[in-house]
Design a protein around this ligand. Structure first.
Ligand code: AMP
Length: 289
């Protein structure tokens, strides 16, 4: 699989590239990383790039195209690669097309991570603060001033690539403002839809990684409430049955009591009536006499 990740500095290209590397066993070819390594090693390329990079400008096209061409020929890139930070200009894109044609290689996709520019400064500031906290070395071009220049060079020189690849029907755009995991999932879905990865590979890798495990866990957890709900329903039924039984018993008792009382009253009344009648009879008889 061969893909290009396009997006301004701070859009999450590096993070997503690392995830793709792990999932598909391909390599990440980041011109920024390669240039930083060249600067650190003090190679002729490094010496050329040092000042330009520190100011937020772009290193000459022929320099980066040369680096990329050599890197693609390395054995570890045979399985596929993600280009991160390259191409950055239309001439670089044209040179890449030529280079791939010459090597009989085909690009699978160009993925643009679209982000809200005003959020980028915040993102980079957070990244710098976290790196400082971890005691890591912070890039000299990760300052608000240089970032502003890097953003301007993205807008002027790199953004035209969106049109370039869109015209060639290679461009897919993903909302880079989503959470990191959401962006990763969207990229996977896109690669599946494009046929750049096989569903089987996707399923296998998905089973190995976090999100799928989480899904399995979620499924297990989701089953639990069902079980609990079933249990609760059962005991509620039992309780209702008991309550109905109790109520029936109580009603029967009340009816019995009421009936008894009524019967007693009737008997009492009857007895009273009978006694009165008898008394009347006796009085009548006595009067006759
Ligand atoms: P990055 O790590 O991709 O942000 O790149 C850091 C710096 O390296 C950029 O600001 C440029 O100065 C330089 N650079 C990286 N890739 C390229 C490229 N494709 N073309 C020109 N300059 C580049």
């Amino acid at each position: 699989m061969r893909i290009i990740l396009l997006g301004p500095p701070g859009s999450g290209k590096g993070t997503q590239a690392q995830r793709l590397v792990q999932r598909y066993s391909i390599v990440q070819l980041s011109t920024g990383e390669m240039l930083r390594a060249a600067v650190a090693a003090g190679t002729p390329v490094g010496l050329k790039a040092k000042e330009i990079m520190a100011s937020g400008g772009l290193v000459p096209d022929e320099v980066v195209v040369g680096i990329i061409s050599d890197r693609i020929d390395q054995p570890d890139a045979k399985n596929g690669f993600i280009l991160d930070g390259f191409p950055r200009t239309v001439p670089q894109a044209e040179a890449l097309d030529e280079l791939l044609k010459h090597k009989h290689l085909k690009l699978d996709a160009v993925i643009e991570l679209r982000v809200n520019e005003s959020a980028l400064l915040n993102r980079v500031e957070t990244r710098v603060a976290q790196m400082r906290e971890r005691g890591e070395e912070v890039r000299i071009d990760d300052t608000p001033e240089v970032l502003t220049r890097r953003l301007a060079s993205y807008r002027n020189q790199t953004e035209p690539l969106i049109h370039y690849y869109s015209e060639r029907r290679k461009l897919s755009t993903i909302d880079g403002m989503m959470a990191i995991d959401e962006v990763t999932r969207a990229i996977h879905r896109l690669l599946l839809a494009l046929g750049a990865v096989e569903p089987k590979t996707h399923a296998r890798s998905a089973a190995k990684t976090g999100p799928a495990k989480t899904t399995a866990k979620k499924a297990k957890a989701a089953k639990k409430p069902v079980k609990t709900a079933k249990k609760a329903a059962k005991s509620a039924k039992k309780a209702t049955k008991k309550a109905v039984k109790g109520a029936k018993k109580a009603a029967r008792k009340t009816v019995k009591k009421a009936t008894k009382k009524a019967a007693k009253k009737t008997v009492k009344k009857a007895v009273k009536k009978g006694a009165k009648k008898a008394a009347k009879k006796v009085t009548k008889r006595r009067a006759k006499r």
